[in-house]
Design a protein around this ligand. Structure first.
Ligand SMILES: Cc1cc2nc3c(=O)[nH]c(=O)nc-3n(C[C@H](O)[C@H](O)[C@H](O)COP(=O)(O)OP(=O)(O)OC[C@H]3O[C@@H](n4cnc5c(N)ncnc54)[C@H](O)[C@@H]3O)c2cc1C
Length: 275
């Protein structure tokens, strides 16, 4: 399968990329790692006339501490997150999750910004960012704005990004050694999650993100509320699938996914992690 012909420009700055996207509107697409965009172009589900490559933009793969937050550049690759000693210390849930994305090749090409912007409910990192209550930093012709990750996902493969806006950073609270857990259920080690659950504790509460339990990455709000109210882990886990809408497919029925969400949350609350 081959994509329809397209033009290619390699941007050297965020501003140049935004100008190209603004000039070409809906006909242009940014490309970072290409590991989500190129497959859908080959299937001809997407046929942009122009690809604006972000890969040549310097200094957009940073991983640094700023006050109470970790600031992560959009071009940080999954392997950068996985292997960062700083991130492992400051936000271990995120580093661990990055190490579970696909296989080595995927992790060496795929980027944080691409994973966030693609809006795939099967993706691992967005659920962890929901659990962490991250903020997406967006740049566009009107300047920079921040979007809480809860408001970023608007539908299946749809986000709050305008066609001429870019994700430039993710801001994530530093959690240190506060308890966390990430559970990814899949048939083989390199597969996408059939269901995934990310849990990050906070004083008296906790953030819980769900993979593949609806048309977007979801927050398990009822389970979080029960945690805040002091419910025991079994009661909290029983609420994992409340207000979700999982689909049925070759990997499992909606009921199977609901069951998985409850089991996986009970494991994540106990601090158990997929490897
Ligand atoms: C075989 C395979 C297995 C995989 N397994 C997993 C898995 O287990 N878990 C998982 O989470 N993911 C998985 N992925 C997806 C992988 O993580 C992708 O790399 C990632 O989702 C997208 O990142 P990218 O940099 O490749 O984005 P691209 O493919 O370059 O872009 C994806 C979309 O985001 C847009 N975009 C990219 N960067 C930006 C930006 N900075 N600002 C605005 N828009 C942007 C593009 O225009 C495009 O619409 C898998 C992919 C493959 C091919």
């Amino acid at each position: 399968m081959t994509p329809v012909p397209f033009a290619y420009r390699r941007a050297t700055s965020v501003q140049e990329a935004i100008s190209l996207l603004t000039e070409h509107g809906e006909e242009a697409k940014a490309i970072a790692g290409g590991h989500s965009l190129l497959p859908i172009m080959k299937l001809r589900f997407a046929a942009p006339e122009l690809l604006v490559d972000l890969g040549g933009i310097p200094d957009l793969d940073h991983i640094r501490v700023e006050g109470d937050e970790m600031v992560l550049g959009a071009l940080a690759r999954h392997s950068d997150l996985e292997l960062s000693a700083l991130l492992r210390e400051e936000v271990p849930l995120l580093a661990h999750t990055a190490g579970l994305v696909g296989d080595c090749q995927i992790r060496h090409r795929g980027t944080l910004g691409g994973s966030v912007a693609h809006g795939d409910p099967s993706a691992d990192l967005p659920a962890t960012l929901v659990a962490l209550r991250a903020t997406v930093v967006v740049d566009g012709p009107g300047g920079r704005r921040t979007v809480p990750v809860d408001h970023f996902y608007t539908g299946f493969l749809e986000t709050a990004l305008a066609p001429d806006e870019l994700v430039v950073e993710l801001r994530v609270p530093r959690t240190g050694d506060a308890p966390w857990g990430y559970q990814k259920f899949r048939r083989r080690g390199i597969d996408w999650a059939i269901v995934g659950v990310a849990y990050q504790s906070e004083p008296g509460a906790g953030g819980i993100g769900l993979v593949n339990m609806g048309p977007t990455t979801l927050r398990a709000a009822a389970a979080e509320e029960a945690l805040r109210a002091g419910a025991d882990p079994a009661q909290v886990a029983a609420l994992a699938d409340q207000d979700t809408a999982p689909v049925g497919d070759a990997s499992g029925s909606p009921e199977y996914r609901r069951h998985l969400a409850r089991v996986l949350l009970s494991r994540a609350l106990a601090g158990r992690n997929s490897s």
